[in-house]
Design a protein around this ligand. Structure first.
Ligand code: FEO
Ligand code: CA
Ligand code: CA
Length: 692
């Protein structure tokens, strides 16, 4: 019998993804700079200049020697040895003929505590806290020795992964038989939500740390271990860096502004050179609701003015950890309501997976935005630590952090991320670029009175401190004139060349008069991959040279190495990106559920993963995933003979009516009532390196 006494109402507050909240006057570069690419070239579909020209031309133009050429001469042998596979719309994972896979740690797999067996209809909120979370995303395999993030055991390690969000209809008995979209959740007749359902959703978020080992039969399995841990939307965390103690993060929970609870919408990740995990808070803004007057810390990030994404503020027990998602100013000061709660989100969070008692730390010096992920440049003794992060929302920016203190392997640690300079990228039309510092007191980042006469920012943007600059990173980037990008997703650094690659997944809001050289397509449905070389090969340089590496899209509207993508290559909406040790570039796609396998997107089938040899310009489709999902997260063991990657939200294209009728479109991995996000373990049948 249903324990709830109220009828259910269905609420759908939207998926919370990639809101457009950059309403700055900060122009796209088409408007202010001479473009190398004429409009007519773009309208004719002649994009070859955009792809081929920039890097080569600018380097040639600088009389660069071969030593500064970012692209090494092609060798005779491609890094890729497998046969490309065709696109697929089947409800399974497909690989080249001589590869096999195993499903590991699906959502709900018990890993800690009393190891509650998975049952989506009877598991409680507390049960979910002892199980693998949902919606797997960025991931790393930490060899069990715990010294180096990319060296050590290839049969025993800690798998650490993000859980980006949840699909409430798959989580609650109260949802069965109801017409629910993938974003909808049940609400009681009095407008409240069942508190335990909220707890379950919050415990489905966050990060999983789980020990996995390769068994004698070649299969991987979860091992009970004191380091197995769930970090959730409720886990206590420290705020470190310039924002720690700021008035902007004081709340009833932390009246001195040093702590907060939980991490949400953890998309991609990062791995520090000192062997810790970074989890990145992406589309967190929609989890909050402000029904009153919104300060800029809310409005520039898209904090909802109508309803919170999952209605956690509506908990029927009124518990503080839930109602804090209502961030309307109600009290006399910031420590009497949760107006500042959103300011504790939008950060990069550092976790030491080897210390189960460690408190996660939000590293505020890296800026506050919709962090997709974070990727480190190659480290050198005595040089600063450098990392890059994209702000995945429409027309947002790419950032770089350079530590104030130098890196020394013997003493390196999270403190290196607490002081340094945050920069934002400007991509010039001539193939050069600049890193613009976001430093309080520099340029336009000054208090309002002194800023009144600034022609770029006529008085409306002012800053009071570095904490203010960082809490309002997007506004600071607007003020210095950063380049609005087509939704920056993952970045990757080539271990051999040091070149930095970033995916720009798509941007259908860009108008024809808003294109620029770095974002050359109006109404970009397909996305592209950009790359750059720091000036002089110095990661801390403030200038760089860039070009477009791949224009994604169908065979008649795409380009790679001067040619259209082939049957073996075509893809769109690049998202996940990772270089393996040999410099194979792995590219993962995230076609939105709203268009997947419809209209022009039908030809692409389900989301996929490709491998690329960027030197020999070889690109081949390696994997296709099941129905309704996206492919995201990828890492190999140090010997590169086992690959872990994630399937997120299988079955998400099931319509509300089909869900009500039990007609699920996609139930991969076919071992439960519903589809389950899960990790896929890939091996080559001859025991060889993945990708060969
Ligand atoms: Fe969570 Fe930008 O993908
Ligand atoms: Ca992503
Ligand atoms: Ca995405």
């Amino acid at each position: 019998m249903d324990s709830k006494t109220h009828d259910l109402i269905i609420v759908d507050n939207g998926n919370g993804d990639e809101p457009l909240s950059n309403h700055s006057n900060n122009p796209t570069f088409a408007a202010v700079l001479e473009k190398r690419l004429s409009r007519r070239d773009i309208l004719r579909g002649s994009l070859s200049m955009a792809v081929v020209g920039m890097f080569g031309a600018s380097l040639v133009g600088c009389n660069s020697s071969s030593s500064s050429d970012p692209a090494p001469a092609p060798s005779q042998t491609s890094l890729l040895g497998f046969s490309a596979i065709p696109v697929s719309d089947a409800d399974d994972v497909r690989l080249p003929p001589d590869y096999s896979y195993q499903v590991l740690i699906p959502w709900g797999e018990p890993i800690t505590g009393n190891f509650p067996p998975f049952d989506p209809l009877t598991n409680t909120g507390a049960d979910q806290g002892n199980q693998v979370g949902s919606h797997h995303d960025g991931m790393h395999f930490f060899p069990i020795e715990g010294q180096d993030p990319y060296e050590g055991s290839s049969v025993d390690g800690l798998l650490v992964l993000n859980h980006e969000y949840v699909e409430p209809r798959y989580m609650h008995a109260s949802a069965v038989g109801k017409s629910l979209s993938r974003d909808a959740f049940p609400v009681q007749a009095d407008g409240t939500r069942v508190a335990d359902e909220i707890l379950k959703e919050m415990n489905g978020h966050g990060v999983t740390i789980v020990r996995v080992t390769k068994q004698s039969n070649g299969q991987w399995a979860v091992v009970a271990d004191a380091r197995n841990r769930r970090i959730t939307a409720l886990t206590p965390m420290e705020l470190n860096g310039p924002v720690r103690g700021s008035d902007l993060v004081k709340t009833p929970y932390s009246s001195n502004g040093t702590r907060t609870r939980g991490t949400i919408n953890n998309c991609a990740h990062g791995v520090t050179p000192w062997n810790t995990y970074l989890t990145c808070e992406e589309n967190w803004a929609g989890y909050f609701v402000n029904r009153g007057e919104a300060p800029r810390e809310h409005s520039r990030y898209g904090v909802s003015t109508r309803a919170a994404r999952y209605g956690w503020d509506l908990a029927d027990n009124g518990a503080d950890e839930y109602v804090r998602f209502d961030v309307t100013a109600k009290g006399a000061s910031a420590v009497e309501d949760y107006r500042n709660e959103p300011n504790a989100f939008g950060w990069v969070v550092e976790i030491d997976p080897f210390d189960p008692d460690s408190i996660p730390v939000k590293r505020t010096a890296l800026g506050r935005f919709a962090h997709e992920g974070v990727v480190f440049a190659r480290v050198e003794e005595g040089k600063p630590v450098v990392c890059y992060s994209g702000d995945d929302a429409t027309n947002e920016y790419i950032y770089k952090f350079v530590s104030a203190q130098p890196y020394f392997k013997a003493t390196a640690g999270g403190h290196l991320l607490d002081s340094g300079t945050l920069y934002v990228a400007r991509f010039n039309a001539d193939g050069t670029g600049e890193w613009l510092p976001l430093v309080f007191g520099a340029g336009p980042l000054i208090p309002i009175p002194a800023n009144q006469g600034d022609p770029v920012n006529p008085g409306q943007i002012g800053f009071e401190s570095q904490a203010d600059v960082l809490v309002n990173t997007r506004l600071a980037a607007d003020a210095v004139g950063a380049t609005k990008m087509d939704r920056p997703e993952w970045g990757a650094v080539d271990p051999k060349t040091g070149l930095v690659y970033f995916t720009l997944t798509n941007n259908t809001t860009r108008k024809e008069d808003q294109v620029d050289a770095a974002n050359p397509r109006p109404n970009s449905r397909w996305g592209h991959i950009i790359r750059w070389e720091e000036n002089g090969g110095d990661s801390a340089a403030t200038t760089f040279k860039w070009d477009i590496f791949i224009l994604a899209g169908p065979k008649d509207d795409s380009q790679f190495d001067g040619k259209a993508l082939t049957d073996d290559q075509f893809f769109n909406s690049p998202d996940g990106l990772w270089f393996d040790k040999d410099s194979r570039l792995w590219i993962q796609t995230d076609i939105s559920e709203s268009v997947m396998n419809t209209g022009d997107f039908t030809q692409f089938g389900n989301n996929q993963m490709l491998a690329c040899d960027p030197v020999n310009k070889d690109l081949r489709r390696f994997l296709t995933g099941p129905v309704g999902q996206e492919i995201t997260g990828v890492i190999t063991t140090p010997d590169q003979k086992t690959m872990f990657m994630n399937v997120q939200h299988p079955g998400a294209t099931t319509s509300p009516d089909d869900f009500a009728a039990g007609n699920l479109k996609g139930t991969w991995p076919h071992n439960a009532r519903y589809g389950r996000s899960a990790t896929v373990v890939i091996t080559k049948d001859d025991g060889g390196v993945i990708g060969t």
